[in-house]
Design a protein. Structure first.
Length: 224
Protein backbone atom coordinates (compact mmCIF):
# COMPACT_ATOMS: atom_id res chain seq x y z
CA UNK A 1 0.00 0.00 0.00
CA UNK A 2 1.29 3.44 -0.96
CA UNK A 3 1.44 5.83 1.96
CA UNK A 4 -0.19 9.23 1.91
CA UNK A 5 3.25 10.82 2.12
CA UNK A 6 4.21 9.35 -1.26
CA UNK A 7 1.01 10.67 -2.82
CA UNK A 8 1.69 14.11 -1.41
CA UNK A 9 5.21 14.20 -2.80
CA UNK A 10 4.00 13.12 -6.26
CA UNK A 11 1.34 15.81 -6.26
CA UNK A 12 4.00 18.43 -5.55
CA UNK A 13 5.94 17.56 -8.73
CA UNK A 14 4.97 20.10 -11.39
CA UNK A 15 3.88 18.69 -14.75
CA UNK A 16 6.55 18.49 -17.41
CA UNK A 17 6.55 21.60 -19.55
CA UNK A 18 5.79 21.00 -23.22
CA UNK A 19 7.37 23.61 -25.52
CA UNK A 20 5.16 25.21 -28.15
CA UNK A 21 5.76 24.61 -31.85
CA UNK A 22 6.82 28.25 -32.16
CA UNK A 23 9.45 27.83 -29.44
CA UNK A 24 10.81 24.69 -31.06
CA UNK A 25 11.01 26.44 -34.43
CA UNK A 26 12.69 29.56 -33.01
CA UNK A 27 15.34 27.48 -31.27
CA UNK A 28 15.90 25.48 -34.44
CA UNK A 29 16.28 28.57 -36.63
CA UNK A 30 18.71 30.14 -34.16
CA UNK A 31 20.71 26.93 -34.01
CA UNK A 32 21.27 27.12 -37.76
CA UNK A 33 22.53 30.68 -37.56
CA UNK A 34 19.29 32.43 -38.54
CA UNK A 35 18.61 35.55 -36.41
CA UNK A 36 15.23 35.27 -34.65
CA UNK A 37 13.00 37.73 -32.81
CA UNK A 38 9.83 37.26 -30.77
CA UNK A 39 6.85 39.06 -32.27
CA UNK A 40 3.48 40.16 -30.99
CA UNK A 41 0.99 37.30 -30.86
CA UNK A 42 -2.25 36.81 -32.75
CA UNK A 43 -5.00 36.11 -30.20
CA UNK A 44 -7.66 35.17 -32.73
CA UNK A 45 -8.77 38.74 -33.34
CA UNK A 46 -5.75 41.01 -33.23
CA UNK A 47 -2.05 41.18 -32.43
CA UNK A 48 -1.17 41.72 -28.79
CA UNK A 49 1.84 41.78 -26.50
CA UNK A 50 1.77 38.42 -24.65
CA UNK A 51 1.00 38.81 -20.97
CA UNK A 52 -0.59 42.24 -21.41
CA UNK A 53 -3.65 43.74 -23.04
CA UNK A 54 -1.58 45.99 -25.27
CA UNK A 55 -2.64 45.81 -28.91
CA UNK A 56 -0.02 46.26 -31.64
CA UNK A 57 -0.50 47.56 -35.17
CA UNK A 58 -0.14 44.21 -36.84
CA UNK A 59 2.70 41.90 -35.92
CA UNK A 60 5.68 43.75 -34.43
CA UNK A 61 8.94 42.67 -32.76
CA UNK A 62 8.69 42.58 -28.97
CA UNK A 63 12.35 43.57 -28.57
CA UNK A 64 14.67 45.85 -30.52
CA UNK A 65 15.62 44.45 -33.92
CA UNK A 66 19.32 44.63 -33.13
CA UNK A 67 18.71 42.04 -30.38
CA UNK A 68 17.84 39.35 -32.93
CA UNK A 69 19.70 36.26 -31.80
CA UNK A 70 21.30 33.12 -33.16
CA UNK A 71 21.70 31.81 -29.60
CA UNK A 72 19.23 28.94 -29.05
CA UNK A 73 19.27 29.54 -25.27
CA UNK A 74 18.25 33.17 -25.69
CA UNK A 75 15.53 32.16 -28.13
CA UNK A 76 14.25 29.64 -25.60
CA UNK A 77 14.10 32.28 -22.86
CA UNK A 78 11.95 34.54 -25.01
CA UNK A 79 9.38 31.81 -25.65
CA UNK A 80 9.47 29.92 -22.34
CA UNK A 81 7.95 32.78 -20.38
CA UNK A 82 4.98 33.12 -22.69
CA UNK A 83 1.40 32.22 -21.89
CA UNK A 84 0.67 28.95 -23.69
CA UNK A 85 -2.57 30.43 -25.01
CA UNK A 86 -0.88 33.46 -26.62
CA UNK A 87 2.54 32.50 -27.99
CA UNK A 88 4.88 35.06 -29.57
CA UNK A 89 5.11 35.04 -33.33
CA UNK A 90 8.41 33.79 -34.76
CA UNK A 91 10.22 36.46 -36.76
CA UNK A 92 13.34 36.05 -38.89
CA UNK A 93 15.53 39.10 -39.37
CA UNK A 94 17.74 39.65 -42.38
CA UNK A 95 21.43 40.20 -41.83
CA UNK A 96 24.86 39.35 -43.19
CA UNK A 97 23.88 35.76 -44.00
CA UNK A 98 20.74 36.41 -46.03
CA UNK A 99 18.07 38.89 -47.03
CA UNK A 100 14.46 38.57 -48.12
CA UNK A 101 12.78 39.09 -51.45
CA UNK A 102 8.98 39.28 -51.41
CA UNK A 103 7.29 38.05 -54.58
CA UNK A 104 3.62 37.95 -55.59
CA UNK A 105 2.41 34.36 -55.31
CA UNK A 106 1.53 33.80 -58.99
CA UNK A 107 4.97 34.91 -60.19
CA UNK A 108 6.69 33.00 -57.37
CA UNK A 109 4.97 29.76 -58.42
CA UNK A 110 6.22 30.20 -61.99
CA UNK A 111 9.76 30.85 -60.72
CA UNK A 112 9.72 27.64 -58.67
CA UNK A 113 8.96 25.65 -61.83
CA UNK A 114 11.96 26.94 -63.79
CA UNK A 115 14.91 24.68 -64.40
CA UNK A 116 17.41 27.17 -62.98
CA UNK A 117 15.52 27.29 -59.68
CA UNK A 118 15.06 23.55 -59.41
CA UNK A 119 18.78 23.00 -59.97
CA UNK A 120 19.81 25.37 -57.13
CA UNK A 121 16.81 26.07 -54.85
CA UNK A 122 16.69 27.88 -51.52
CA UNK A 123 14.19 28.32 -48.67
CA UNK A 124 10.85 29.93 -49.54
CA UNK A 125 8.02 30.69 -47.12
CA UNK A 126 4.47 31.75 -47.96
CA UNK A 127 1.99 34.11 -46.29
CA UNK A 128 -1.53 33.37 -47.44
CA UNK A 129 -2.95 36.53 -45.87
CA UNK A 130 -0.68 38.66 -48.10
CA UNK A 131 -0.64 36.19 -51.03
CA UNK A 132 3.12 36.60 -51.21
CA UNK A 133 6.14 34.32 -51.06
CA UNK A 134 9.38 35.26 -49.31
CA UNK A 135 12.67 33.99 -50.72
CA UNK A 136 15.71 33.81 -48.43
CA UNK A 137 18.50 35.05 -50.65
CA UNK A 138 22.23 35.54 -50.18
CA UNK A 139 23.73 38.97 -50.67
CA UNK A 140 23.88 40.07 -54.27
CA UNK A 141 22.58 42.47 -56.88
CA UNK A 142 18.97 41.98 -57.98
CA UNK A 143 18.19 43.17 -61.50
CA UNK A 144 15.01 41.39 -62.55
CA UNK A 145 13.34 42.35 -65.82
CA UNK A 146 9.76 41.94 -66.92
CA UNK A 147 7.91 42.09 -63.60
CA UNK A 148 5.15 44.51 -62.70
CA UNK A 149 5.54 47.20 -60.00
CA UNK A 150 5.31 45.71 -56.49
CA UNK A 151 5.49 42.12 -57.80
CA UNK A 152 9.08 41.78 -56.61
CA UNK A 153 10.24 43.69 -53.53
CA UNK A 154 13.63 43.38 -51.87
CA UNK A 155 13.27 43.99 -48.13
CA UNK A 156 15.65 46.47 -46.54
CA UNK A 157 18.63 45.10 -44.64
CA UNK A 158 17.61 44.45 -41.04
CA UNK A 159 14.01 43.82 -42.05
CA UNK A 160 12.03 40.89 -40.69
CA UNK A 161 9.41 38.42 -41.86
CA UNK A 162 6.96 36.17 -40.06
CA UNK A 163 8.19 32.58 -40.14
CA UNK A 164 6.45 29.20 -39.80
CA UNK A 165 4.73 27.86 -37.77
CA UNK A 166 3.29 31.26 -36.86
CA UNK A 167 -0.26 32.28 -37.74
CA UNK A 168 -1.20 35.57 -39.36
CA UNK A 169 -4.82 36.64 -39.13
CA UNK A 170 -5.95 33.08 -38.62
CA UNK A 171 -3.94 31.36 -41.37
CA UNK A 172 -0.67 29.46 -41.06
CA UNK A 173 2.59 30.72 -42.49
CA UNK A 174 4.12 27.74 -44.30
CA UNK A 175 7.29 26.69 -46.07
CA UNK A 176 6.96 26.23 -49.82
CA UNK A 177 10.58 25.09 -49.82
CA UNK A 178 11.58 23.91 -46.34
CA UNK A 179 15.08 24.91 -45.16
CA UNK A 180 16.12 21.37 -44.26
CA UNK A 181 15.54 20.26 -47.87
CA UNK A 182 18.18 22.75 -49.07
CA UNK A 183 20.66 22.32 -46.20
CA UNK A 184 19.60 25.65 -44.67
CA UNK A 185 21.36 27.56 -47.44
CA UNK A 186 19.88 30.77 -48.86
CA UNK A 187 19.50 30.85 -52.62
CA UNK A 188 22.13 32.76 -54.56
CA UNK A 189 20.91 36.14 -55.77
CA UNK A 190 21.94 35.31 -59.35
CA UNK A 191 19.82 32.14 -59.30
CA UNK A 192 16.75 33.98 -58.03
CA UNK A 193 17.21 36.71 -60.65
CA UNK A 194 17.45 34.12 -63.42
CA UNK A 195 14.41 32.20 -62.15
CA UNK A 196 12.21 35.27 -61.82
CA UNK A 197 13.32 36.69 -65.16
CA UNK A 198 12.54 33.37 -66.85
CA UNK A 199 9.19 33.24 -65.05
CA UNK A 200 8.30 36.68 -66.42
CA UNK A 201 9.24 35.58 -69.95
CA UNK A 202 7.23 32.36 -69.64
CA UNK A 203 4.22 34.34 -68.47
CA UNK A 204 4.53 36.80 -71.32
CA UNK A 205 4.86 33.97 -73.84
CA UNK A 206 1.86 32.17 -72.40
CA UNK A 207 -0.18 35.36 -72.54
CA UNK A 208 0.85 36.02 -76.13
CA UNK A 209 -0.06 32.48 -77.23
CA UNK A 210 -3.45 32.74 -75.54
CA UNK A 211 -4.03 36.04 -77.28
CA UNK A 212 -3.16 34.50 -80.65
CA UNK A 213 -5.56 31.64 -80.13
CA UNK A 214 -8.29 34.09 -79.20
CA UNK A 215 -7.56 36.18 -82.29
CA UNK A 216 -7.92 33.20 -84.66
CA UNK A 217 -11.17 32.16 -83.00
CA UNK A 218 -10.02 29.19 -80.90
CA UNK A 219 -12.22 28.72 -77.88
CA UNK A 220 -11.24 27.92 -74.33
CA UNK A 221 -11.76 24.21 -74.98
CA UNK A 222 -9.21 24.20 -77.78
CA UNK A 223 -6.62 25.96 -75.60
CA UNK A 224 -7.25 23.62 -72.67
Amino acid sequence: MIGSGSLSRSADIPPKRVPSESEIAAIRYAGHGWPVLPGSAFNGRRYVVPGTRKVTDGVRPLVARNLATTDPEQAARWWQGADDRVVPTVLLRSGPAFGFVSVAANLAKLALRTGVWQSQPGPVLYREDLVRAYFLVSAGNLAISGHQPSEVVELARGGWVVAPPSRTFGVDVVWWVAPETVQWEAVQASVLVAALTQACRDRDTDSAVRGLWTAVGAGRDAWA
